[in-house]
Design a protein. Structure first.
Ligand SMILES: Cc1cc2nc3c(=O)[nH]c(=O)nc-3n(C[C@H](O)[C@H](O)[C@H](O)COP(=O)(O)OP(=O)(O)OC[C@H]3O[C@@H](n4cnc5c(N)ncnc54)[C@H](O)[C@@H]3O)c2cc1C
Length: 406
């Protein structure tokens, strides 16, 4: 019987395990080896006084049929919850104040985020075609829609996905579908009743006998397998597969601070999904997500649960902050924007020193070199968020494509 080993039990490795089990059933022997005491990687959900603190993603979009099929395969569709309609209201911080992100023509014409000239430039950009995507996200969007749109709207949007630097991210690599004529199906944001981590729990339960936890792979020679699939971060795969090129992928640090605060404690009650902060504001805080407005699953109606995201490519120093420093920074931000009458919050903190891989300007060349090097390595494969998409949806789609190609 053929033996396959998967190294790394984040969503990429777990999805590979699922698709191997689904496709080959009992004809191959597959084992997933995970270094930590739990699988899930960046995805984990902790209950904190009736609220769910997500250490990583708090949801995904439903425009990727693979993901829904994957959830269905796991018998988990009944656990799916949609984000509330109200959470469509998102804000951008400008000069220390929140402004509604315009989602309809009336609000678009009213918004102070752009001047009249900048709005006209944006509209003209919608009709501009054939702009090269072989440049930074900033250069692409500034050329197409004007510099104001790039720095005030696209920059915070990028922060929300990559915690990245818009001037360093490569347009074609970060947004491969942008500007293509094919429209995407309308997407809704979803999670699970008990958080994203509950799906990981379901995978861990289903494939318990094929998962080894608490084992760090240090050398491929330790492993006896016909095929090895490495689903660790790039800098780990670099050592294991002897591929120094993988060290060239930069990971931005991200800190997540979850806060449970009594509604009475706010001077202004947080509204909608929350807000993002353009890098030009010069803040270490990237944005604030009002989790309890996004999903209805909180036990207590007199509290707000929110997550403050910090760090990113513009603030690498965050990686060395203490838990206390991160808490102070988060509280200061919430106080500045919503006003806190008292410090009554209960706080959870997670710091990812190497949080999100960045698809920077040299990414197309790095990606090409990875493909070439892998051709020389028999029966060794890579599958993780630093290849072909960082989202939860991308990880599942890429895992399926890899298993289909084996
Ligand atoms: C704060 C944050 C918020 C995010 N928000 C969203 C969001 O809202 N929506 C979205 O779609 N995406 C989001 N993402 C991105 C998404 O969560 C990740 O890209 C995805 O979960 C990565 O999965 P992965 O399996 O590729 O890698 P990882 O989750 O990094 O998993 C790699 C695994 O390999 C293991 N490992 C490492 N070395 C070894 C070794 N030597 N031996 C054995 N095991 C090893 C690690 O312990 C880990 O479990 C977010 C990410 C972060 C950090």
């Amino acid at each position: 019987m053929k033996k396959i080993i998967i190294i790394g039990g984040g969503i990429s490795g777990l999805a590979v395990l699922h698709y191997i089990k689904k496709r080959y059933q009992e004809t191959v022997e597959v084992t997933l080896i995970e270094k930590n005491s739990d699988v899930g990687g960046t995805i984990a959900s902790f209950e904190s006084q009736g609220s769910i603190f997500e250490t990583g993603p708090n949801g995904f979009l439903t425009n990727q049929p693979n993901t829904l099929e994957f959830i269905k395969d796991l018998g988990f569709l009944d656990q799916l919850i949609e984000a509330n309609e109200d959470s469509k209201r998102r804000y951008i911080q400008m000069n220390g104040k929140l402004h509604l992100l315009p989602m309809d023509p009336v609000n678009f014409f009213k918004t102070p985020l752009l001047s009249a000239t900048e709005k006209i430039r944006l509209i003209q950009g919608l009709f501009k075609k054939n702009i090269s995507k072989d440049q930074s996200v900033y250069d692409y969007t500034a050329e197409r829609f004007g510099p104001a749109v790039a720095s005030r709207l696209v920059d915070p949007f990028l922060t929300g996905i990559y915690a990245g630097d818009i001037k360093r991210l490569h347009m074609g690599a970060a947004f491969p579908k942008m500007g293509t004529p094919k429209g995407q199906p309308k997407a809704k944001m979803c999670s699970f009743v008990n958080g994203m981590g509950s799906l990981i729990g379901q995978l861990a339960l289903k494939y318990k006998s094929s998962i080894q936890i608490g084992v760090e792979v240090k050398d491929l020679a330790e492993l006896k397998a016909d095929t090895i699939i490495c689903a660790t971060p790039a800098y780990v795969a670099a050592e294991l597969f002897g591929m120094p090129i993988l060290q060239d992928i930069y990971y931005s640090p991200v800190a997540v601070v979850g806060m449970l605060i009594k509604k009475d404690s706010f001077k202004r009650l947080p509204d909608g999904f929350g807000y993002l902060i353009p890098s030009g504001e010069g803040k270490e805080v990237l944005g604030v997500l009002i989790e309890s407005n996004v999903y209805t699953r909180q036990t207590s109606k007199d509290q707000i649960f929110l997550r403050v995201m910090m760090g990113g490519a513009h603030h690498p120093g965050i990686a060395s902050y203490t838990k206390e420093q991160l808490q102070v920074l988060a509280l200061k931000e919430i106080d500045e924007i919503y006003g806190l009458k008292e410090d009554s919050s209960s706080i959870s903190v997670k710091l990812w020193t190497k949080g999100i891989p960045q698809y920077e300007l040299d990414y197309p060349a790095i990606r090409q070199a990875i493909t070439e090097e892998l051709k020389k390595k028999q029966n060794l494969f890579l599958c993780a968020n630093y290849l072909d998409g960082i989202s939860f949806n991308d990880c599942i789609k890429n895992a399926k494509e890899l298993v289909d190609s084996l």
